[in-house]
Write a protein that binds this ligand. Sequence first.
Ligand code: DX5
Ligand code: ZN
Length: 230
Amino acid sequence: MEFDRRIRIAPSILSADFADFGREIAAIEAQGADWVHVDVMDGHFVPNLTFGPPAVRAFRKHVTTFMDVHLMIAPVDPYIEAYAEAGAEMIVAHVEAGPHIHRTLQAIRATGARAGVALNPGTSPEAVGYVLDLCDMVLVMSVNPGFGGQKFIPSSVEKIARLREMIGERPIHIQVDGGIDPVTAPLVAAAGADVLVAGSAVFKGGSVATPEVYGRAIRAIREAAEAAVR
Ligand code: DX5
Ligand code: ZN
């Protein structure tokens, strides 16, 4: 995958039908999703539980675009290899998940996967200043991680702008995750985010039987974001 800063939409399958992931992934991809975003939660780092490596391996078989796996788990190092082997193309770890994010990012890259670092809403952008050169992406959480459908936290916009400055010309994506819809998308895109995760805004009201609902939502988010960076 060549690097560029074109707007990418990454639906989070946390808001999909949990009994039908294969068809849900096919539906969002057919409807214009650029990436498939997988939220891994451990009931410890965040107050919710989701997918182990076998689930991610099963999703991978259906993904034809690009799968990024957002690990909201602590400790994270013991599980990196298993998620890489499961087929995660990008593995994202939280800077708050342990004392050794530098080592964690090295370990992710050692598997051959791309590496990302995530920041909770209360964490300042400077926390990742010394690991940017180990990263292919910085993920700015615009809600507290753990659940879909929460309200966008406005201070995320300023944080994205600061990170965009820090990154400069380096080939590092800025992903934003939480509360993204056609209203918030232009704010984060104008600040410098290029990969927009959206869960409830994509899946709400649709199903594999009415995938055009997903398509309309993906297009609305993309168009709103693109209009802000044009
Ligand atoms: C939250 C997850 C998000 C979540 C986003 O912990 O990291 O990816 O699914 O959901 P929405 O778009 O509904 O805020
Ligand atoms: Zn996520």
